[in-house]
Design a protein around this ligand. Structure first.
Ligand code: ADP
Ligand code: MG
Length: 689
């Protein structure tokens, strides 16, 4: 139950003044459906509107002038603007320009001789000063309507920043005083304001520090949010651990499988496996993440864990986000396990009718020990006789509820999540705070580093020449066309155009796979590529991370500058899997900005995903440098995971401490902290499995 004191903040936005049925959808799009969401909007910059003089105007800066209307210059044609010349006595004049939609009423509103305050960006052109569409143009009697300092909010079409500011102020008025949930000593040490005071600073800034990402107000609010999140993660983890689960011991099947491998496990694989086994034996539910670069060999580790589960007479499921990946896992795992007398079934959205019914029956009666599949696995009709382990590959591609639907198919189902997204250690807690992490930080031996080069797009013809030669010598290549356009269709067109162009010289050696093809079509092209029948595969980013085609040695990535580094690294990871020399060509449209150049440079210098992620974070410092939003990263409202990264670990420690002292959050601080969680919707169970 939400505490009454928060009701005003959890009222719908329509209760704000001026938010009628027309405006509400815009506000909802920008902020969210609740007053709370508007309260948590933050200004991105400050405009200083201190009165300026005509003599001190600076091109491109905001000025605020006290003026007299001198004359109106009506447009001579319909497409011309309406101009008003204003003067300040002796020193000169400024031309104020209004484009279409502003007609003769301007003349009535601002008659010649009227005294006005005008504020806006001044620009110098045609040897005179101009303000196009001033922010303010008001009667001098209403000068106090022009704030000296104005916080600029994000806006959206139809909802100007100034309206957003009004709404934020109204939301602020509704914000109650809440009992302090932070540790007073910590607050004092950081010299942070209280919660409501911090919001005051944010919405009524007196200086730049009030809204700065690293200013006290914003850091305080960021810490609140991080703490609320870390608490929820810690609670979720504790709840999972509290559930009993069958203890599963290491069995002989895994030994036999390992002995049959054509190579030895790496030290990192052995470590990861023993950590997983430690969890499986503990008698409580495992929640572990197996983190490792593309090609680091996660599949065999999870297969050995699956073998232990099978030896214990239980079942396991392995879920992957795409059909291609699920199929590939199936093709790797099924022969290994079937040699041990275990039936493995593949379940995807394409299974229909009798075949599907038979597979479902086999899982239900236990004749099949392992299910490998896509989203099809967590559907209600899928039932297990004794599911004890759920392995989720590329775990961030699934929603928490989807993962939960799978783990709910048994009692005390152990969870093994896998991810190849290199998350810098500093950010790990925000993504995986509810999981124990095993890292495979060592690649299988015998890999040759991928030669990586950044190539300006005008040199594409040479790239194509080189590709042709390589293909003639038996090489295989991926050619990735990124998500550029707003719409799938346009991206698909870009890929189709590229494929068509390559086919002009290479004909049927070029295949195409994209997100709008049916599963069967995609599989067919992928299979042809994987079996070496198709030398060149043009793809949108549907070719998911993890697809394994050891013979592919060339990776061409168009518009490389538009990808996150993590993604580029993962794409590159799909070549260089064999002993042969591989190359990755990052195509970009020149000129390349400074930061973009340094980023591509990182990729050229190292092949370590974690190092790449960490460096990229350092380099960009803010925003979403790694493209983490696509990697299941939480969408924080006030915290910026990069800029506030040093607060993350503190919040995690604090969360652990709070829960250790007061696991049910019923003590004095616990109750206050619960209010904090409510405020951010991060209460236990709200997104838990
Ligand atoms: P990931 O899922 O981590 O991206 P995979 O499990 O697909 O990586 O492994 C990539 C390739 O490396 C596979 O072909 C696999 O057979 C091979 N491999 C895995 N472990 C080893 C090892 N210890 N030594 C040699 N090759 C290995
Ligand atoms: Mg994999």
């Amino acid at each position: 139950m939400r505490p009454e004191i928060l009701f005003p903040l959890f009222a719908p936005i329509s209760t704000l003044k001026g938010v009628g049925p027309k405006v509400a959808p815009l506000v909802e799009k920008l902020a969210g459906p609740l007053v709370r969401d508007v309260l948590f909007l933050k200004p991105h910059s400050l405009v200083h509107r201190k009165p300026s003089s005509f003599l001190s105007l600076v091109d491109g800066e905001v000025a605020t002038l006290s003026v007299v209307v001198n004359d109106h210059q009506r447009p001579r044609a319909a497409n011309q603007p309406w101009r008003i010349r204003v003067v300040d006595g002796e020193s000169g004049f400024v031309t104020i320009t209004f484009f279409k939609g502003h007609g003769p009423h301007l003349e009535r509103q601002h008659p010649v001789g009227a005294k006005r305050i005008v504020s806006g960006k001044v620009e110098r052109f045609n040897d005179s000063w101009n303000i196009v569409h001033p922010d303010y143009f008001v009667d001098i009697a209403r000068a106090d309507e022009v704030p000296e300092l104005e916080a600029i909010y994000p806006a959206t079409a139809g909802l100007p920043a100034r309206t957003v500011r009004k709404l934020a102020h109204e939301a602020l008025e509704r914000a109650p005083d809440l009992a302090e949930w932070q540790d007073p000593a910590w607050l004092a040490r950081e010299r942070w304001p209280g919660w409501r005071e911090a919001l005051e600073h944010l919405h009524n800034p007196r200086d730049d520090a009030d809204i700065a990402l690293l200013g006290p107000a914003r850091r305080r609010l960021a810490f609140d949010e991080l703490l609320a999140h870390q608490l929820a993660l810690a609670q979720r983890k504790a709840a999972r651990k509290a559930e009993a689960a069958p203890a599963i011991l290491a069995g002989p099947m895994a030994d036999r499988l390992e002995a049959a491998l054509p190579w030895k496990l790496t030290g990192a694989q052995i470590r990861a496996l023993s950590e997983i086994r430690g969890d499986l034996q503990a008698g409580e539910r495992m929640s572990r993440l197996l983190q490792g670069d593309v090609g680091s060999g996660k599949t065999v580790v999870c297969t050995l864990a699956i073998a232990d589960v099978l030896d214990a007479g239980r079942q396991a499921a392995l879920m992957a986000p795409t059909e291609i990946l699920a199929r590939q896992h199936f093709e790797t795992i099924a022969p290994m396990l079937e040699a041990q007398g275990v039936r493995v079934v593949l379940l995807t959205g394409r299974d229909k009718g009798g075949v599907r019914a038979e597979k479902l029956m086999a899982l239900m009666d236990g004749t099949a020990g392992v299910a490998v599949g896509t989203h099809a696995l967590f559907q209600d009709e899928v039932k297990f006789r004794g599911l004890s382990l759920a392995v989720i590959d590329e775990q961030h591609r699934f929603g928490v509820n989807e993962r939960k639907r799978l783990t709910d198919k048994g009692d005390g189902v152990h969870l093994l999540a896998m991810s190849a997204t290199p998350i810098p250690r500093t950010l790990e807690l925000t993504v995986f705070g509810d999981l124990d992490v095993s890292r495979i930080d060592e690649k299988p031996p015998g890999r040759t580093p991928v030669a990586t080069a950044a190539v300006p797009s005008p040199r594409l013809p040479q790239v194509i020449d080189r590709l042709k030669k390589a293909v003639a010598e038996g090489a295989q290549a991926f050619w990735i066309c990124p998500l550029v356009a707003e719409s799938d269709e346009l991206d698909v067109m870009a890929a189709e155009t590229r494929a068509a162009e390559l086919r002009l010289t290479m004909g049927s050696q070029v295949g195409l796979v994209h997100g709008q093809m049916s599963g069967a079509e995609k599989d067919e092209v992928m299979a042809a590529f994987a079996e070496g029948r198709l030398p060149v595969l043009v793809a949108t980013t549907v070719v998911e991370v993890g697809v394994n085609v050891p013979n592919a040695t060339i990776m061409v990535i168009e518009h490389a500058d538009r990808f996150g580094l993590a993604q580029l690294h993962q794409l590159r990871g799909r070549v260089g899997r064999g002993r042969r020399e591989s190359a990755c060509l990052l195509i970009y449209d020149p000129p390349l900005g400074d930061i973009a150049e340094q980023r591509l440079d990182i990729l050229r210098k190292t092949d370590d995903g974690f190092e790449i992620a960490e460096k990229d974070l350092e380099l960009r410092g803010g925003g979403d440098p790694l493209g983490l939003k696509q990697s299941g990263f939480p969408a924080y409202r006030l915290a910026d995971p990069a800029a506030h990264r040093e607060l993350i670990a503190v919040a995690a420690d604090d969360a652990r401490l709070i829960l250790a002292r007061d696991p049910t959050l019923t003590g004095e601080r616990g109750q206050k902290v619960r209010l904090l969680q409510e405020l951010f919707d991060w209460r236990p169970g709200a997104q838990g499995d």
